[in-house]
Every structure is written in C-alpha cells, then in structure tokens.
Design a protein around this ligand. Structure first.
Ligand SMILES: [Mg+2]
Length: 226
C-alpha cells in the first residue's frame, strides 16, 4: 500500500491570506471604483463559487460597479499591490498557519502535494519562505491545468500519478469542495470561525459531503486520530 496523500490548497489553508490576497482585492477594487469592499462581500463571491481567480474576481467587481477597465489593467494593478517593489508588497503579510511541528508530524503519516489557483512559481516562493524543509510533490498551479477549479483536472493529475493511494483534498472554499467531489477525493474543509460568513461556509461544505470540517490545519491531526 502506498502512503496516503494530503493534497493542500494554499490560500486560506496553508497560508492566511486575509491581509494579502483579500486585502489586495479590496485595494484593487477601491483603486478603480473608489469604493471600499467589506470582507464579507468578497467572501460572498467565494461562497458563490466560480471565483477562485482573484484577478478575474477583482475585474468582475470593478465591471459590476460600472467601470469599464480592461482585464489586463486590473491584473497589472493587482500584481503591483501584491508584489510591490519586492519589499513592500502585501504578499509579505501572508501568515503561515501551521504551528511548528504540526506539518512535520503529519508528514510522517502522509505525503504532501499542492493544488492551488496561484501561479506555481508564486506558490513555490511561499513554500520556500515558510517551509523549505517540507516536500510538496507535485505542485500543480494555475498554468499546469487547462481548466481551473472547481474543475477537478488538477486533482486528477495528482491522483493519476499516484494510483491506489488514498488522497484527501484540504481546501477553504466551496470550489475546492466541488473539485474534490468531482475527483472522488474526500474533502476536508477549512472554516476559520473568523470568516465573515462562517456558518454559510460550514453549510456549503456539508452540502458537498465534506469528510471533515476544521477551524484550521492545526486540527488536521485530530481528523486522523484513531
Ligand atoms: Mg483557497
């Protein structure tokens, strides 16, 4: 029997992106529309599903506000806030969620893989920064798939490369849950009580038949406790 696999989503799972991606969406939209979004408004889109790509989501909200701006322009502005000049980008506000030792312990029981909507190089940068000693293999990012989440293509790539291995997908959005369901992988939902639409998110995960729902990845160990 091959070792079971934990496939992680990155944002909202391994990394707390409240102050990075979510804040970048808010600032980008504010830049083009003059209106400041509430965190719950962004979460509402995420709960709706289909808004895994934060560039597309930002562009959509800008367009919905009646501001006609090309997608590329929104994306460039978004990236300029997220990366800044390399030392002042909001990316640096990302917080690694796992407490020291948590993932190392899980890694004795599971192999790790990553399926994220980020570009692969951006995901690798974050892993290098916070967990250089942990191996995630493979890393499937936005350019490694033709169809993005909730399409299961990325998960299926990982499952097909590991025939016979039990694999779980750990994600924080309804798109992640749908994606796992479509791939036939048990889904573990991350729903932090600090989420502005926490209860809705828990219900959405339950509706999708989640295998387990936890506050954050530090509780994963309890899911697999005998
Ligand atoms: Mg996520």
């Amino acid at each position: 029997m091959s070792q079971p696999i934990l496939i992680f989503d990155m944002d909202g799972v391994l990394v707390d992106v409240t102050e990075s991606y979510r804040e970048t969406i808010a600032r980008t939209v504010e830049h083009f529309t003059g209106r400041r979004l509430a965190p719950a408004e962004i979460q509402q889109f995420k709960n709706q599903g289909g808004w895994n790509d934060d560039w597309k989501l930002s562009h959509h909200i800008v367009a919905e506000a009646g501001v006609d701006t090309p997608f590329e322009q929104v994306k460039v502005h978004f990236q300029s806030i997220f990366h800044g000049n390399g030392t002042d980008g909001l990316m640096l506000r990302e917080q690694w969620v796992a407490r020291p030792g948590t993932l190392e312990k899980l890694n004795r029981q599971f192999r790790f893989a990553l399926f994220t909507g980020r570009p692969k190089w951006e995901a690798e940068l974050t892993l290098q920064r916070f967990a250089p000693e942990l191996e995630f293999s493979p890393i499937v990012g936005m350019d490694e798939v033709r169809r993005h989440k909730p399409d299961p293509e990325g998960l299926l790539q990982i499952l097909d490369a590991n025939p016979g291995a039990k694999a779980y997908y750990v994600g924080d959005t309804v798109d992640d849950a749908r994606c796992a369901r479509a791939a036939g992988a048990p889904f573990i939902g991350i729903a932090p009580p600090s989420n502005p639409l926490y209860i809705d998110l828990v219900f959405l995960f339950q509706e999708q038949g989640a295998y387990a729902i936890v506050d954050d990845i530090n509780y994963l160990e309890e899911v697999f406790a005998e």
